[in-house]
Design a protein around this ligand. Sequence first.
Ligand code: SD4
Length: 320
Amino acid sequence: MNKPTWGIIATWRMAFDGIAAASQQLQCEVNAEAAVVQAIKMVEDYPFYKSVGFGGLPNEKGIVELDAAFMHGTTMAIGAVASVRDIANPILLAQRLSQERFNSFMVGEGAIEWAIANGFEQKNMLTERAKQHYAKKYRETISQGLSPYSGHDTVGIAAVDLQGDICVGTSTSGLFMKRPGRVGDSPVSGSGYYADSDIGAATATGLGEDLMKGCISYEIVRRMGEGMSPQQAAQSTVNDLEARLLKRYGRAGDLSVVCISKDGEFGAATNIENFSFSVATAAHEPAIYVCTCDNGETTYERASQEWLDAYQARITAPIV
Ligand code: SD4
């Protein structure tokens, strides 16, 4: 029996503050469920992250539709929502639905009605800034006949706690300018996320349409279960899916993943430049890493102060 340990990993820099706070909690035996949900809630509440929660970018009709999911890797309980509007924290809704025996994955009107009836906070999730982003993107892409479906960052967080439980959650506004009703991988079990407390957990970000073709998160956890290290499992799964997509579908979108094992070892892999992730474990202080992808091999370095400053300046800059 391995010594109990803790760890938490998330897609993108935006989760760092939540990860740092969660690392304090996990050391003090707060459970992985609370750590994941609280860290995702922090991202949802921050108005300058334009791909998650409040301030998330709207669909092609100018409406913010949000997806989220939560999985408990010990009980296998799953809760998820898709296309919810004007609910402050979709992750809380997903977590709550994971306690339901039936109706644990709800979409659209039904999910919204249920959330309101059960006292979840309602909030107008469309900010002025998101409206400005929308107008700018419209000018730069649709009105020029170009595809707007690039630049999208889902938060996915996986944590291991000292009791041996492993949980994972996701939250996203999905693809910018998506069609009303479009749903990606983030709320779909096995694609956007998967957790098994006997093995570990994984979560994905990128083009949902392609991530779902490989059930990428389940596959990473499965490979870890067969003995691969988290890094090997993440890298080989991304590479194999990308190769299969190129061969059989003719193209491959963005595929980025992070994962953590029950021993607190972690991995990250991507097929794009500039994928970042945030991590903290018992053996590793909270840190942000930026990935480089070279010939099917992902390497990562601590984000420099310059990178962090540029990031903050970019997300808060006036939109012109
Ligand atoms: C989706 N995977 O809805 C999400 C979007 C995303 O990084 O992750 N972007 O397809």
